[in-house]
Design a protein around this ligand. Structure first.
Ligand SMILES: [Zn+2]
Length: 91
């Protein structure tokens, strides 16, 4: 019984872990893992999603991405794989 409880980490715990991973500049492999983890626990990572490339899972920084704001959209271009992500800006 006790073992069972330890095996299944709770949703808040997983959320905390995800945040921790992201604050430590994760590599693409780690980001992939986080995405899987979030999906398995039904955790929404909409804010974190904007921090990495959807295609190659690189964490965006000033060197590997180009950000443009256009008509209420935030457009992020990944310089590694050329993938373009678009996000609607909140009003
Ligand atoms: Zn990319």
């Amino acid at each position: 019984m006790i073992n069972n409880m330890k095996l299944k980490s709770s949703k808040p715990e997983t959320e905390k872990r995800i945040e921790e991973i992201f604050s430590n500049s994760p590599n693409p492999k780690e980001i992939k893992k986080v995405k899987k983890l979030a999906m398995s626990k039904n955790i929404k990572i909409s804010d974190l999603r904007k921090k990495f490339c959807k295609k190659c899972y690189s964490l965006f920084n000033s060197k590997n991405s180009k950000i443009k704001i256009k008509k209420g959209f935030k457009i992020i271009k990944c310089k590694k794989c050329e993938y373009i992500s678009r996000y609607k800006l909140k009003k």
